[in-house]
Design a protein around this ligand. Sequence first.
Ligand SMILES: *Cc1c(COP(=O)(O)O)cnc(C)c1O
Length: 218
Amino acid sequence: MSLETIRTALNKACEKAGRNTDDVTLVAVSKVQPNDRVAAILDQGHRVFGENKVQEAAGKWPAFRESYDGIDLHLIGPLQTNKARQAMELAQSIHTLDRPKLATTIARLAQEMGQCPALYIQVNTGMEPQKAGCLPADADAFIKTAQAMDLPVRGLMCIPPADEESSLHFALLAKIAARNGLAGLSMGMSSDFESAVALGATHVRVGSAIFGDRVYEQ
Ligand SMILES: *Cc1c(COP(=O)(O)O)cnc(C)c1O
């Protein structure tokens, strides 16, 4: 697959859902991908990327920013409070706000730095113990907590369980967002971004379908 293929599929999914293509942002998830593959996507003009780990992002993106203008970086992996400052310096969006302690830390840093990335609250829609995210039952209260801290909460994010029909999780996330008046929905990956678009995704996070399989070093 390629960027072009995914763009075309994404545009088709938008059309089918009666949605404007400008309303869905394609976040190219570049975690673990070698720099030459990332540079190839940058050379095709794409500028919106997603990374899982602050450390990896910090080792990669400052150098790319020197060569390419307008890079829009999204952090989509679990965030430790002691990495929050670095995350906020690196990224334009953080998709994984999921607990009061992290919200408090980000709010304090935002005051200090005079800026804050766009924030998405991660909801653990599948209630999986190993996964980050607030529980669906706690989402309304946590959204209000974060908003009361003046944080720029733009929407919600989820990663459905691998073995379940993801559209049920997308629908649940959309429902929670709607009742809280949140417009952003970060949902959908390589295998299910089309159904995410049908259910209202504003950000799809697509990695392997654009870059090829991730090769993890042993
Ligand atoms: C890796 C990752 C993706 C991309 O997954 P693909 O299946 O390669 O598209 C999307 N979202 C998150 C949170 C990820 O960690």
